[in-house]
Write a protein that binds this ligand. Structure first.
Ligand SMILES: NC(=O)c1ccc[n+]([C@@H]2O[C@H](COP(=O)([O-])OP(=O)(O)OC[C@H]3O[C@@H](n4cnc5c(N)ncnc54)[C@H](O)[C@@H]3O)[C@@H](O)[C@H]2O)c1
Length: 279
């Protein structure tokens, strides 16, 4: 553990992160490793999880990391990983529900944009909710259920500032498109999933409060990742701090919420959005 107070110490605990191969997933893993945890990196394919392991080992060669392919939409897949870990004597103390699909908002002039609510395809609704919301439910059911039986554990759900506020659709407007119905929008699924995750957080926090399982959420604001400069400018005007997040700015919150440092906190949603949601 690198210089953290002892209540943040995760030595001897094992965390499982879903969608660990992605932009923020890798940061969550690095934060947990820095606090001393062993981490099971899961993603839809082993390739993504292995790639994340290679990156993390570059800065932390002695970290204890396990890769697993886990499709959060499939209860069979969640059970298969849980069974495999159990057969190797690995129990999960911390679950980070991070996996999601966030389709890029692009547009084709001349056709009603499929992201618009009036045209939103049901298969896309089902696919995105299956990953972002049902996935968190299934992983909580299997790994959280085992924590409750053992009388100890932590779940952290990765929500979003759009779990507490509505998307400002002006951010996504394309200047070359004049007809409103051709303008892309942030899809309804994102709002539903992220508000739903905060509901799941409160539900499970109270459901398992007397069984030693704490459940909290983080609602991150947008991470700067070389997005279109015009979009970044429009977005940062909505953020009191005047900038998007740096990719590592949620690490300390992950360490806090996954460790005994937050031992008297459950059912809460920590909003970290540069102040966007209070403006
Ligand atoms: N990046 C941001 O600006 C931002 C802001 C707020 C909230 N978030 C949330 O943080 C989380 C991580 O975001 P990110 O930017 O790292 O996204 P990302 O797209 O980089 O990573 C998501 C990961 O989930 C995995 N995944 C997709 N389907 C899966 C499935 N069926 N089973 C298992 N894994 C699956 C992907 O392979 C990918 O590695 C998401 O919940 C996202 O909504 C991100």
């Amino acid at each position: 553990m690198t210089g953290l107070p002892s209540r943040y110490d995760l030595t001897g605990r094992t965390a499982l992160v879903t969608g660990a191969g992605g932009l923020l997933g890798r940061q969550h893993v690095a934060a947990l490793v820095d606090a001393g945890a062993r981490v099971v990196l899961t993603d839809i394919g082993l390739k993504q999880a292995d790639a994340a392991i290679n990156t993390i080992r570059e800065s932390n060669p002695s970290s204890e990391l396990i890769a697993a392919a886990l499709d959060v939409t499939s209860l069979d897949s969640v059970h298969a990983v849980a069974d495999d870990l159990a057969s190797r004597g690995v129990t999960i103390d911390i679950l980070v529900n991070n996996a999601a699909i966030d389709p890029k908002v692009t547009s084709t002039p001349g056709v009603m944009h499929s992201s618009r609510f009036e045209a939103f395809p049901v298969p896309q609704w089902q696919t995105e909710i299956a990953v972002g919301l049902t996935g968190a439910m299934l992983c909580s059911q299997v790994f959280g259920g085992a924590m409750a039986r053992r009388g100890r554990g932590v779940i952290l759900n990765i929500a979003s500032d759009l779990g507490v506020i509505a998307p400002d659709q002006r951010l996504y407007r394309q200047p070359n498109i004049t007809r409103d119905e051709e303008q892309p929008v942030k899809p309804v699924t994102y709002s539903v999933i992220k508000h739903g995750l905060i509901g799941l957080t409160k539900y499970l926090a109270t459901y398992w409060a007397d069984q030693g399982v704490r459940v909290n959420a983080i609602s991150p604001g947008g991470v700067f990742n070389n997005q279109d400069p015009a979009f970044v400018e429009r977005l940062t005007r909505l953020i009191p701090m005047g900038r998007m997040a740096r990719v590592d700015e949620y690490c300390a919150a992950v360490q806090f919420l996954c460790s005994d440092a937050s031992s008297y906190m459950t059912g809460q949603n920590m909003v970290m959005d540069g102040g966007r949601s209070v403006w």
